[in-house]
Design a protein around this ligand. Structure first.
Ligand code: GLN
Length: 464
């Protein structure tokens, strides 16, 4: 390890997380399509998707708490990984027993088809995935921070490298699992997508388990994540005023971040419907599978992360690098811009028309600029501000904002226009795609402005 380079442990965490995110995003890319093909209506599928992606990020609270207090990071990651592999295998079983409910000839739902067993397997699979992610996700992120001394300047760049690992996985997962995109005539074809996700999860856990003892050490060469950090620490040091303020900053920023992910996470749901039904996906005569669109943000992250790092570095050289808090506000602003672009693109189009891929691609490009400004910087911020004995729990709190967002995302996606009358809290009528996208423009725009306004106060709280 050199001062410029990074400890080898970072690359082990990179690979472990890359394979896990491959599995998570690979499954997610086909999940709503699977449900809609055989099991549920579009609105019901949106809601289930929202609950699933919401709960997946709520259990990190539990996983963070258990790791700090009892198990340590390493054991939590192995347990979480195995639980998620079981979850993916149950989805594989679900898609193995599912039967087509709509016959091609008649085009109507056949009431004789009973897919109860497929639904039971699917729901139990989701349960295992939700629990497993709780043990895995906060702990792997905490471990990135614990490879470094608390004040090590390399932390931001370490989290950006780790974030690239996340997104290499998130790029390849949908591409690989998307190959096995079934349809309502052949829903069992989806089973190979879920099997592919299960294998990736097993690989992730195995690699971590085999190499953890060799590489996961802190800057003094001591093993990290082997046991609880909570007990002896808390009896020695009750929380100081400064620590309490830092925790408050994490909570406040996490609350704003809810508005980011609620709009961003439309990717797997309403934006997938949009890609499926209203986007012309032909490139030189080849029709791209709908689920491939979900790889776009991840590909953009991998391409743009070094560019963003360079931008911050250059601004820093001239003394103009925005504070971490302001970067979160920029993230929200880019998100708003992305929806503004697509709202313009779909204005006054015929509901049966298909628009160019440019609009969705442009939206994902802008969203990625926002994500890079907000997400890895946020992880690094949490790692810097958390008291050591609460580090994993605070990661859990950070991910809790994603949980709330995802639940909200599923609800907001039910506003996606389908010809029936829809309204936002009974206040605003949503009659077109334009109206639908404008909801997100306004929501994230207001959050961006509000956060930018209070950023000086938060910066002071972080310093004191
Ligand atoms: N896309 C990132 C990941 O999958 C961030 C998720 C989040 O924090 N909501 O890890």
């Amino acid at each position: 390890m050199t001062q410029q380079g990074h400890p080898k442990g970072l690359y082990l965490l990179f690979v472990t997380e890359m394979a896990e995110r491959f599995s998570y995003y690979g499954m997610r890319a086909v999940f709503t399509l699977y449900m809609v093909a055989a099991l549920f209506t579009m609105d019901a599928a949106s809601e289930i998707y929202g609950y699933y992606t919401g709960l997946v990020y709520l259990t990190p609270l539990l996983g963070g708490y258990v790791a700090d207090r009892y198990w340590g990071n390493r054991r939590s990651i192995v347990v979480g990984g195995l639980l998620m592999a079981v979850g993916q295998l149950l989805l594989f079983l679900s898609a193995s027993v599912v039967q087509p409910a709509i016959s091609e000839a008649e085009g109507v739902i056949d009431p004789a088809v009973d897919n109860q067993l497929a639904i039971i397997f699917m729901m139990s699979g989701l349960f295992f995935l939700i629990l497993g992610n709780g043990f895995f996700k906060p702990n792997i992120s905490t471990m990135v921070g614990s490879l470094y001394a608390p004040d090590d300047k390399r932390k931001d760049s370490a989290f950006t490298i780790f974030y690239m690992g996340i997104n290499v996985g998130a790029t390849l997962g949908p591409l690989a699992c998307g190959i096995f995109e079934g349809n309502y005539l052949n829903p069992t074809y989806f089973r190979w997508a879920f099997l592919c996700a299960a294998i990736a999860m097993l690989v992730s856990t195995l690699v971590f388990w085999l190499l953890k003892n060799k590489y996961l050490r802190d800057y003094q060469g001591q093993p990290v994540g082997t046991g609880p950090t909570h007990h002896e620490q808390v009896q020695k040091h009750p929380l100081t005023r400064k620590e309490k303020q830092h925790i408050a900053v994490i909570f406040i920023i996490a609350a704003f971040v809810i508005f980011f992910w609620a709009a961003y996470e439309q990717a797997g749901v309403s934006l997938t419907y949009f890609a499926d039904q209203q986007t012309d996906r032909h490139i030189f005569g080849w029709e791209m599978p709908t689920s491939y669109f979900q790889s776009f943000p991840a590909i953009f992250v991998v391409l743009l992360a070094p560019v963003m790092n360079l931008v911050w570095e250059t601004l820093g050289r001239f003394g103009h690098e925005p504070s971490s808090v302001l970067k979160q506000a920029f993230g929200l602003a880019f998100l708003s811009l992305g929806y503004l672009l697509i709202a313009y693109g779909v204005k006054d189009i015929d509901p049966a028309a298909k628009v160019s891929m440019f609009w969705l691609t442009g939206l994902y490009f802008l969203h990625t600029l926002g994500e890079l400004s907000l997400s890895p910087i946020g992880l690094s911020l949490v790692s810097r501000l958390s008291p050591k004995h609460l580090a994993s729990l605070m990661m859990g709190i950070w991910f809790m904002s994603t949980a709330v967002s995802n639940m909200l995302a599923g609800q907001l996606a039910t506003l996606y226009p389908d010809g029936s009358s829809k309204s936002l809290f009974g206040l605003v009528e949503i009659t077109s795609l334009h109206d639908f996208f404008m909801v997100f423009v306004v929501m994230s725009g207001i959050a961006a402005i509000a956060l930018a306004c209070i950023s000086p106060v938060l910066n002071r709280m972080m310093k004191e």
